[in-house]
Design a protein around this ligand. Structure first.
Ligand code: HEM
Length: 445
């Protein structure tokens, strides 16, 4: 397949969003977002320092949801119990995902004046994750067939082969970064297969995803401008792939070709098509990557559970669910209330921002016994809501589960034991929940 070069020569030498943000705040510590409310869980330091657990526990003990009147992202409802999140997600008409109200993260949408004032084009690309019914239903249908059990069975061979080759190439007797060498590599590889994305450019997927998922970036004007610049470049790159695929005589079985040739495409505007592609790239990227790092971190921290995994590979499918529960790669999703309503005794007003903290729900002691402990035999591990719930539940969940299962199976086949053997650095963000760096060493069992 011919590669269409994107018009972005400077990007490869540009810093990642994380590096740029870290440098900016080192130079201007006074500009860090200020959080005064003791339950303002939008503060990213608690995820970076891994100290969020007791805060959410205290909040869950006090009730299913709480109004946080003061935060740098404005006032919001923090929904912290499992049953309350399911209740709200089951009412998508009242609790909207639409970007017109504010979309799906805690970040506020720019006002018309802010947009007009802005130096760069910051118009949101429309994506079905940030749409309500009926548009959501039609657009989700264009991609869902790729993720059916039979669709997954078709991809399994290639995923298994790439995973095995990568594991065989890893250094022995030396410490290396699992995030860079394995989690990023496998995730970008999988996305490249899914989209028929040019293999040699696959690291761009990581670069773009890094610039898109950080809510604090928006607080620094120049970085936010860079962010929009990169997101538009990503759009332009995908547009070139799209044009290439529309010219193919025989439609391929990659996701882009599938979308082009689907019936619903006829009703989709070009920017909606682009938005949905971007959604799939970003949605499948940090999330799967951080689950792959979570596997290693959790098994290393729980040697009793690692032993069970090593002795009994039949536990792998349940272990995948339990690791997803413990990691919860997306800490929250946001909704906006469309009419005055009552939820578990609290009055929620039209226009209120409602933030669903999956991270807390997955540690809810009313659902999971001894919730902070990894238990790969946990009977109800599947009840985690790391993939959300209701009409927006993750469309890529089966693919993510497949990749994680294959990774554990291939590790087991090779009798590889991965120890954490150096630095652990977490992501400083309130949305993506995971690892920047996880230094490990491989031995055998
Ligand atoms: C939606 C998590 C992997 C594509 C979501 C949502 C969550 C989530 C929490 C929102 C659910 C809600 O609002 O109720 C995850 C996690 C993953 C993962 C934890 C990995 C462990 C993937 C993959 C893809 C993907 C591999 C595709 C390649 C999407 C899309 C949506 C979505 C397109 C929007 C669904 C809709 O609005 O109907 N995901 N995801 N995700 N995810 Fe994932």
């Amino acid at each position: 397949m011919a590669t269409i070069a994107p018009q972005r020569p400077e990007v490869r030498s540009s810093p990642t969003a994380y590096e740029a943000l870290t440098k900016h705040f080192e130079e201007h510590p006074e500009q860090r977002l200020q959080h005064t409310h003791k339950w303002d869980v939008s503060r990213s330091d608690i995820y970076y320092e891994n100290t969020w657990q007791p805060i959410f526990k205290e909040m869950r003990e006090a009730g299913p949801l709480h109004y946080i009147e003061d935060s740098p992202f404005g006032p919001y409802w923090a929904v912290v119990q499992h049953k309350a999140i399911q209740h709200i997600e089951a009412l998508p008409e009242i609790f909207s995902s639409s970007w017109e109200y504010g979309g799906i993260t805690i970040l506020n949408r720019l006002t018309e004046e802010e947009l007009a004032e802005s130096g760069v084009d910051r118009r949101e690309l429309p994506m079905f994750i940030a749409m309500d019914r009926p548009q959501h239903t039609g657009q989700r249908r264009t991609v869902a067939p790729k993720f059916t059990p039979s669709g997954m069975a078709e991809m399994e061979g290639e995923i298994r082969q790439r995973t095995g080759e990568l594991l065989d190439s890893l250094p022995r007797g030396e410490v290396f970064d699992w995030v860079d060498k394995v989690s990023i590599e496998l995730t970008t590889g999988m996305l490249a297969i899914l989209f028929g994305f040019p293999w040699e450019d696959r690291r761009l997927l990581t670069f773009w995803s890094d610039w898109s998922g950080d809510t604090e970036l928006a607080s620094v004007r120049e970085l936010d401008e860079m962010r929009w610049g990169f997101l538009h470049e990503m759009g332009a790159y995908f547009q070139s792939l799209w044009v290439e695929r529309t010219m193919d005589k025989e439609p391929g079985d990659d996701l882009i070709s599938m979308m082009i040739h689907s019936e619903a495409m006829n009703q989709m505007r070009p920017e909606e098509f682009m938005g949905n592609l971007v959604l799939l790239i970003v949605g499948g990227n940090d999330t799967t990557r951080n689950s792959m790092s979570g596997i290693i971190y959790q098994l290393d921290k729980n040697p009793d559970q690692r032993k069970k995994f090593e002795q009994n590979p039949d536990l792998i499918p349940n272990a995948v669910q339990e690791i997803l529960r413990m990691q919860t790669p997306l800490a929250h999703m946001r909704r906006t209330c469309t009419e005055d309503t009552e939820v578990f005794g609290k009055q929620i007003k039209k226009g209120d921002k409602v933030v669903l903290w999956y991270l807390s729900a997955n540690r809810d002691e009313q659902v999971f016994e001894n919730p902070d402990k990894l238990d790969i035999e946990r009977e109800n591990a599947r009840r985690h809501i790391a993939f959300g719930y209701g009409i927006h539940r993750c469309v890529g969940a089966r693919l993510a589960e497949l990749q994680l299962r294959v990774l554990l199976e291939e590790l087991h086949k090779r009798r590889m034991r991965v120890h954490v053997a150096g630095d652990i650095e977490r992501v400083r963000a309130n949305f993506v929940h995971g690892f920047r760096k996880l230094e490990v060493e491989i031995t055998e069992f």
